[in-house]
Design a protein around this ligand. Structure first.
Ligand code: NDP
Ligand code: DXP
Ligand code: MN
Length: 380
């Protein structure tokens, strides 16, 4: 039995992780669950999986659910609570499915405890990739990607030598507004932006997909996961989201991983790696699809992708600033405080006012993250 903790259990990735687990109950024991504020769903999950520990965002929410939990399930809260679910209940595998850089400390705690990391929370690697990857290497801990593109690359690279790789090619759906020009985005609504053409996901990543910040975060994520320089990571628009990403080798061979857009496949692959098991996803029918399309990336249409490459190449604290400014800009857009096009402007403006610090330690990363959040909150 693999002992599993799920950080972000009430979210899109968290619920799909528990769905995969519930289909193979003899293989997994859920030992910890952590959520933000969805107490109804957390209680339901606690009753179904009977973990040792659940965590919720605040003390007040913890008090509200204490009496409702099944016998033997303890409740904790806040950042300490997240860290305890990550590192204090003997999990062999920690599904890191929180959204945003708030996932950083609990991911580090899970690494410190020696658990395998199933990483969906890309912001963690973007904000502190050099620290996370070094701590994982020092501890001999595997970070198995869950993000669909990185799971695809991981599968294509299986057994290959990195020096034989010419480039990684990440595919991008183009997001909610892929068939509109930038000039047509002035008055778009939150509801429009949340209508992703292919994937049903949490709000933040869906908006990131529409601005292409998601692909920018994923380029930086790929840089850290696969130790690949930025000039050998490319992005291609692929509207169908069937080819999840590709690796081009020195001999011109290209390996790609294909499948219907269903996150339960990469979620399950990370849980069972290196094994493969039958999956609840529907089989890919290429004959029914008929044709797949590919378009070049237009960096002027999607400034956030350009900014992400620039931040990644600058290194140091620049990716931390890119991520934190974007998190705040997206949250302001979702709250109706700013226009959709202001997201790019806020990120660009915060990056422009930042003096990059090289080789930042964790304390510097956290301080920079807080600074960028406060800058992004007050602009505009
Ligand atoms: N959804 C997808 O298909 C994909 C997502 N990803 C990545 O995976 C990560 C998760 O995305 P997704 O599942 O869509 O996000 P969701 O918004 O659906 O879920 C986020 C989770 O984080 C929890 N959370 C939020 N704030 C706190 C907090 N302060 N303390 C504790 N928990 C908190 C939420 O709890 P609650 O709801 O209870 O408040 C929820 O369980 C992101 O990094 C995303 O980019 C990557 C590939 C695909
Ligand atoms: C499913 C997944 O991995 C998302 O991160 C996805 O990549 C979003 O789709 P696009 O960013 O390609 O629109
Ligand atoms: Mn992705």
């Amino acid at each position: 039995m693999k002992k599993v903790s799920v950080l972000g259990s009430t979210g899109s990735i968290g619920t799909q992780t528990l769905d995969v687990i519930s289909r193979d109950p003899d293989s997994y024991e859920v030992v910890g669950l952590a959520a933000g504020s969805n107490i109804e769903l957390l209680l339901e999950q606690a009753r179904a999986f009977k973990p040792k520990l659940v965590s919720i965002a605040t003390k007040e929410l913890a008090e509200r659910i204490r009496g409702e939990l099944p016998p033997g399930v303890r409740v904790v809260y806040g950042e300490d609570g997240l860290n305890e679910v990550a590192a204090g209940v003997g999990a062999d595998y920690v599904a890191c499915a929180l959204v945003g850089s708030l996932g950083l400390t609990s991911t580090l705690a899970a690494i410190e405890a020696g658990a395998t990391i199933g990483l969906a929370n890309k912001e963690t690697l973007v904000t502190a990739g050099h620290i996370v990857m070094k701590r994982a290497a020092d501890k001999g801990v595997a970070i198995v990607p869950v993000d669909s593109e990185h799971s695809a690359l991981f599968q294509c690279l299986n057994g290959e030598r990195l020096r034989d790789v010419k480039r990684l090619v990440l595919t991008a759906s183009g997001g909610s507004f892929r068939d509109r020009s930038r000039d047509e985005l002035g008055g778009v609504t939150v509801a429009d932006a949340l209508r992703h053409p292919n994937w049903s996901m949490g709000a933040k990543v869906t908006i990131d997909s529409a601005t292409m910040a998601n692909k920018g975060l994923e380029v930086i994520e790929a840089h850290w996961l696969f130790d690949m320089p930025y000039d050998r990571i490319d992005v291609l628009i692929h509207p169908e989201s069937i080819v999840h990403s590709m690796v081009e080798f020195e001999d011109t061979s290209v390996m790609a991983q294909l499948g219907n857009p269903d996150m339960r496949v990469p979620i399950q692959y990370a849980l069972t790696y290196p094994e493969r098991r039958s999956s609840p996803a529907s089989a890919l029918d290429l004959l029914a699809k008929g044709t797949l399309h590919f378009r070049p990336m237009d960096f002027s249409r999607y400034p956030c992708l350009r900014l992400a490459y620039e931040a990644g190449k600058a290194g140091g604290t620049a990716p931390t600033v890119f991520n934190a400014a974007n998190e705040i800009a997206v949250s302001r857009f979702l709250k109706g405080e700013t226009a959709f096009l202001a997201i790019d402007e806020i990120v660009e403006s915060v990056l422009a006012s930042h003096s990059v610090l090289a080789s930042p330690d964790l304390e510097t990363i956290l301080a920079t993250d807080a600074w960028a959040r406060s800058e992004a909150s007050r602009i505009g």
